[in-house]
Design a protein around this ligand. Structure first.
Ligand code: ADP
Length: 371
């Protein structure tokens, strides 16, 4: 097992050498701790796969250095780095039995039969109930989820320093995906293998990762726990990417204690908050649970409710509508009346404020103390 460090890593693809082209990885510096599972999220094309391939040695950085456990590996070929890789298409050898897939490694490495059997036995035991049965079957007769387990076992059998996974379960159906990710999480915690996990699915990233890397345009925007990304986002991009339903963003202007929306409506800011904010243009952002919702006007602004979505398993509902030019989803109790209009005001303690221009955070709620 191993920690992984990147120091100012830059990667250009040839096609990106056109004037003004941006690198696929733009000065990435980060450290993944020994035994930790880290998810990588960000919009398509932001450099997630390139990050993984560069750590694997499948792509060489144009600048910067990569270390496994403080030992530089930048120039070391992939096959000598001791990594396990799982991509969407599993990369199993389809005509071998599951067992053959596992033992292939020992055949090409000329390990003794005894060594091979011992390691296979250990891996099958670690993989848990039913795995033995999978091993005796031909790969092309296995289901997607079963192949995934064989794929993971094939990596584990090699005792990798680092596990790299790129959308490993995105082509499974929803139910199987759910089950497989629970299984994978269990195995990764059990083996404590340092893992980098790329996914476009936020829920999956949260579920799999001890920490999450948020990328945009080849850069790391923030690398933190889910709670920190949610409650202390570095900027509006991170705040908007993390959280479902998404945070509502309202362009506004501060004048003294008055926060005026584009519609001309305004709220009065608490003094303590107003003093921490610059005057002029700002962006106010409020999560669904960050609204104070009332049936009477009071200090609130009117939200015309388009519909109320009731989530019975969550014992909660969302009132959807538009306010100040933004789509709003306000969390309300499950038994909230079927009304066409409610009155909203941000719970200022729970609201977020960002710079209008560079979108960096000016005020965030901070991670609540839940226990
Ligand atoms: P992601 O995994 O986040 O979708 P990628 O790492 O695949 O993003 O791609 C990052 C950027 O590099 C994109 O602009 C993509 O078009 C470009 N890119 C990726 N692979 C290649 C390649 N082999 N040749 C040229 N450009 C590439």
């Amino acid at each position: 097992m191993s920690s992984v460090q990147l120091e100012n890593v830059v990667k250009y693809y040839d096609s990106a050498l056109l004037p003004g082209a941006a690198p696929a990885l733009d000065h990435i510096t980060l450290e993944i701790r020994d035994g930790e599972t880290v998810s990588v999220v960000g919009p398509s094309g932001c450099g997630k796969s390139t990050l993984l391939k560069t750590i694997a040695g499948l792509e060489r950085p144009d600048a910067g250095r990569i270390f496994y456990n403080q030992t530089e590996v930048t120039q070391i070929p992939t096959q000598e780095r001791g990594i396990g890789m799982i991509f969407q298409d599993y990369a199993l050898y389809p005509n071998r039995e599951g067992q053959g897939n596992l033992s292939y490694y020992f055949e090409v490495r000329k390990k003794t039969e005894e060594e091979k059997q011992q390691r296979l036995k250990e891996t099958a035991e670690m993989m848990g109930i039913g795995f033995d049965l999978l091993l005796s079957r031909q790969v092309d007769t296995l289901s997607g989820g079963e192949r995934q387990r064989v794929g993971i076992a094939r990596c584990i059998v090699r005792d990798p320093n680092v596990f790299l996974m790129d959308e490993p379960i995105s082509n499974l159906d929803a139910k199987l995906r759910e089950r497989t990710r629970v299984e994978m999480r269990r195995l990764l915690s059990k083996f404590g293998i340092t893992t980098l996990y790329v996914t476009h699915d936020q829920q999956e990233a949260i579920f799999m990762g001890d920490r999450i890397i948020v990328m945009r345009a080849g850069r790391v925007e923030q690398f933190d726990s889910f709670d920190a990304l949610y409650y202390t986002p570095a900027n509006l991009f991170v705040a908007s990417l993390i959280g479902t339903p998404p945070i509502s963003v309202l362009p506004a202007e501060r004048d003294g204690l008055t926060l005026r929306l584009h519609s001309g409506d305004s709220w009065t800011l608490p003094e303590a908050l107003a003093h921490t904010l610059p005057p002029g243009r700002l962006r106010l952002a409020v999560r669904p649970e960050g609204w104070l919702v009332a049936l009477q006007p009071g200090d609130g602004l009117a939200l015309n409710v388009t519909h109320i979505e009731r989530l019975y398993t969550e014992r909660a509902a969302f009132a959807h509508g538009q306010l100040g030019g933004a789509a709003i989803n306000a969390l309300v109790p499950l038994d909230f009346p079927d009304t066409r209009q409610v009155f909203l005001q941000p719970d200022w303690e729970r609201s977020y404020v960002f710079h209008a221009d560079n979108e960096s955070a000016l005020h965030v709620p901070g991670v609540p103390d839940l226990f």
